[in-house]
Design a protein around this ligand. Structure first.
Ligand SMILES: Nc1ncnc2c1ncn2[C@@H]1O[C@H](COP(=O)(O)OP(=O)(O)OP(=O)(O)O)[C@@H](O)[C@H]1O
Ligand SMILES: [Mg+2]
Length: 196
């Protein structure tokens, strides 16, 4: 299958208007053209509210996670209905990995057609449709995860239990989603009991 066929196959279930809108946006932003491999696709297709992508090094975990963030942010997800605008947190383990891994990926993928502003100090990207993507890091402690509702919280690698708990509360009232892409490095951590 070429890219076009893959994209067409994602769009089944959308109205004609939504399809045209999606394809138009794709054409304006080539970075949105992404061909997930089999395991990434399974992750994207899952209808669960809490989704974990377990994989080894370089398995494409972060790429798949970021693609989800982009789909929620632009309000068009090929496999589910997502709210617009969506308020999203992207959570890394520490500040350098946020700055060096996920922030550049997301900025590049959002593209100039969608980007309204990037607040450097608050680490918040605002999109033209009102969605926001905020970058957070686990090493700032769970207290920094208090606050308002989130429609999507995306963890790049396994967060501490207290932060995960706090994030569950942030998504509860709006029935938001939680996604996590991780290599299981910590053996029998809370993830084992909670997710398996
Ligand atoms: N479906 C895909 N098509 C093309 N390239 C991909 C795809 N998925 C991932 N990649 C590329 O493969 C590389 C590794 O992907 P990624 O960083 O997402 O892996 P990871 O599992 O998060 O790795 P790490 O263990 O280092 O965290 C990146 O350069 C990414 O852009
Ligand atoms: Mg990664």
């Amino acid at each position: 299958m070429d890219n076009k066929e893959v994209i067409e196959s994602w769009l089944t279930g959308l109205t004609k208007e939504q399809k045209e809108q999606y394809l138009d946006r794709l054409n304006r932003n080539p970075w949105l053209v992404y061909r997930p491999h089999k395991i990434q696709r399974k992750f994207h297709e899952s209808q669960a509210r809490i989704r974990f992508f377990f994989g080894g090094n370089r398995a494409g975990k972060t790429r798949a996670l970021i693609q989800e963030v982009i789909w929620y942010a632009i309000g068009l997800h090929p496999f589910k209905k997502v709210p617009t605008p969506s308020h999203i947190w992207v959570v890394s383990l520490d500040f350098p990995s946020s700055r060096d891994v996920v922030q550049p990926m997301i900025k590049r993928l959002v593209g100039s057609a969608y980007l309204k502003s990037f607040h450097e100090t608050d680490k918040i990207i605002e999109l033209v449709n009102g969605s926001t993507i905020s970058f957070k890091s686990c090493d700032s402690g769970w207290e920094k995860f208090q606050g308002t509702e989130r429609h999507l919280i995306a963890f790049d690698e396994e967060p501490a239990w207290d932060i995960y708990q706090e994030c569950l509360m942030r998504t509860a009232s709006v029935k938001g989603d939680i996604i996590c892409a991780m290599t299981p490095l910590h053996g029998m951590s809370w993830v084992y009991d909670e997710i398996y």
